[in-house]
Design a protein around this ligand. Structure first.
Ligand SMILES: CC(=O)[C@@H](O)[C@H](O)COP(=O)(O)O
Ligand SMILES: NCC(=O)COP(=O)(O)O
Length: 257
């Protein structure tokens, strides 16, 4: 990126999995997932992310279609559906056609997402599924560990974007490893950009670690944030929380070299 090229603003996509998790602990329908999404969008979030896992521990199939209907009232915002395309994800993609599908290599009973795809071994089974999404007009992002050498293979299999799995960065935050992790993610992002991919990121990002990540990782198109953001919203409310996360992104943008 030349000095004269303005940095694109990193989009904030709010993951509402954890609103659904609380909702599912009673049969009362509250807290509402669609209401949470609506309030976050009204506060300026650029997108909504969900991860409808096969066991429906949080986001249920009904949530997917209710959110898809809501998103039609927010044409400037993006709908991102995450999941494993060899499990239940593709049925949602075919019916809902979200702006983006994020392929995540989770097993059905996995506690949470904790690793990305691996190439070349995952290429053969992913290629046709990526091609199908793209034929449906759905952008494909592959959930990846920050390994620069894997980025060209992600592009070669047909992905539009990668989503850098950021838990290792979050775990290093505030330790002596923090800056080394940031440098690794910056290298991985640059490798993705050099391969012609766009770059997303997510997992365990929060108000403490977000600005530094945005400032140091080149070309960051989108961060998807759920767990910490929803936890903050329990204290601050959705609108103030989204405003606070947007301020972190703006602070990171302002510090970009
Ligand atoms: C792929 C990823 O890192 C997260 O978006 C994931 O959706 C988290 O899933 P849980 O909310 O079930 O922990
Ligand atoms: N892709 C990451 C995401 O959607 C939310 O992850 P987290 O903030 O809940 O860890």
């Amino acid at each position: 990126m030349t000095a004269s090229t303005p940095s694109r603003r990193t989009a904030l996509s709010v993951n509402v999995n954890k609103v659904a998790l609380v909702r599912n602990t009673r049969h009362l329908g509250i807290p509402s997932v669609t209401r949470a999404a609506q309030l976050c969008l009204a506060a300026g979030a650029q997108g909504i992310t969900i991860h409808p896992r096969p066991d429906e521990r949080h986001i249920r199939g009904t949530d997917v279609f209710e959110l898809a209907a809501l998103m039609r009232d927010w044409p400037q915002a993006e709908f991102n559906i995450e999941g494993n395309p060899t499990q239940n994800l593709m049925a949602f993609i075919r019916e809902v056609r979200p702006h983006q599908a994020t392929f995540v290599p989770d097993s059905e009973d996995q506690f949470t997402s904790d690793h990305g795809w691996n190439f070349p071994q995952d290429a053969e089974r992913l290629a046709p599924l990526i091609a199908e999404c793209r034929a449906l007009g759905v952008r494909v992002s592959l959930f990846m560990d920050p390994v620069p050498a894997q980025m060209a293979a992600a592009q070669a299999v047909g992905a539009d974007r990668v989503e850098l799995y950021t838990e290792p960065y979050a775990a290093a935050w505030g330790t002596a490893e923090q800056n080394a992790q940031l440098a690794l993610y910056a290298q991985a992002a640059q490798a993705a950009l050099d391969a012609g991919l766009e770059v997303n990121a997510g997992h365990d990002l929060n108000r403490d670690n977000l600005a530094a990540f945005v400032s140091q990782v080149p070309g960051l198109a989108e961060v998807s944030i759920g767990h910490a953001l929803i936890a903050d919203a329990l204290e601050l409310g959705y609108a103030a929380t989204v405003t606070a996360y947007q301020a972190c992104i703006d602070a990171g943008m302002a510090q970009r070299p």
